[in-house]
Write a protein that binds this ligand. Sequence first.
Ligand SMILES: Nc1ncnc2c1ncn2[C@@H]1O[C@H](COP(=O)(O)OP(=O)(O)OP(=O)(O)O)[C@@H](O)[C@H]1O
Ligand SMILES: [Mg+2]
Length: 226
Amino acid sequence: MAEVIKTEEVKHAFNLGKIEVPVLFGINLTVQEGEFIALCGSSGSGKSTLLNLIGGLVKPTEGKIYCGGEDITAMDENRLSLFRRQKLGFIFQSYNLLPDLTAQENVELPLVFAEIPPAKRTEMAREALELVGLSDRMDHRPNELSGGQQQRVSIARALVNRPQLILADEPTGNLDSHTEEEVIELMLRMNREQGHTFVVVTHDQTVAKRASRVIYLKDGIIERED
Ligand SMILES: Nc1ncnc2c1ncn2[C@@H]1O[C@H](COP(=O)(O)OP(=O)(O)OP(=O)(O)O)[C@@H](O)[C@H]1O
Ligand SMILES: [Mg+2]
């Protein structure tokens, strides 16, 4: 099994002018290809920070992060954004869809950056939207979709260029329990059938129960894992 992520003694402190806010205190975590990891822990324990570090959105103050063997902490901003576009998919609690674009156009965006030709792009976006059950909502804008539908669009967007790793920060946080169950089911199916590796930050025991591994963060360290 290939190693998708490896963090070595990762520490992070946010710098607020004169004040340093230490948040992570030495995280050693390895994620293997095909895993579905749930990242749990109380509010403020550092889950989102760790996810953002793994996704190359924030640089750690100390330590190394390897993604597919490459040290992302050593990459400059250009390399890093290329790496994010090619290797990662992100799913956020607030969906982060562009309001003026239709569902299909939102899903096409990563492919635009990857310079896939327009016809192919459309085909791939429509396929991804079908996969998440939104064939009949492709031309809707985000404000014309329900929360669950918007999250499914953002899952389709995260999957569309078949990234090595999908990072999700409380993807079901804004959804009712029925829709939540559907979204979890969808992510598990993408893991099982399409082989995407997931790291999912969650407060939700249903996700945690069905994950291949659960990592518990407490006050910026890994407290335990199941
Ligand atoms: N940009 C920032 N600047 C300063 N401090 C920050 C910043 N982002 C997060 N923090 C602090 O880092 C700590 C961890 O935050 P983080 O968002 O990683 O927690 P979390 O585990 O995701 O919590 P939640 O479950 O509430 O989302 C918190 O104490 C928070 O105040
Ligand atoms: Mg968080």
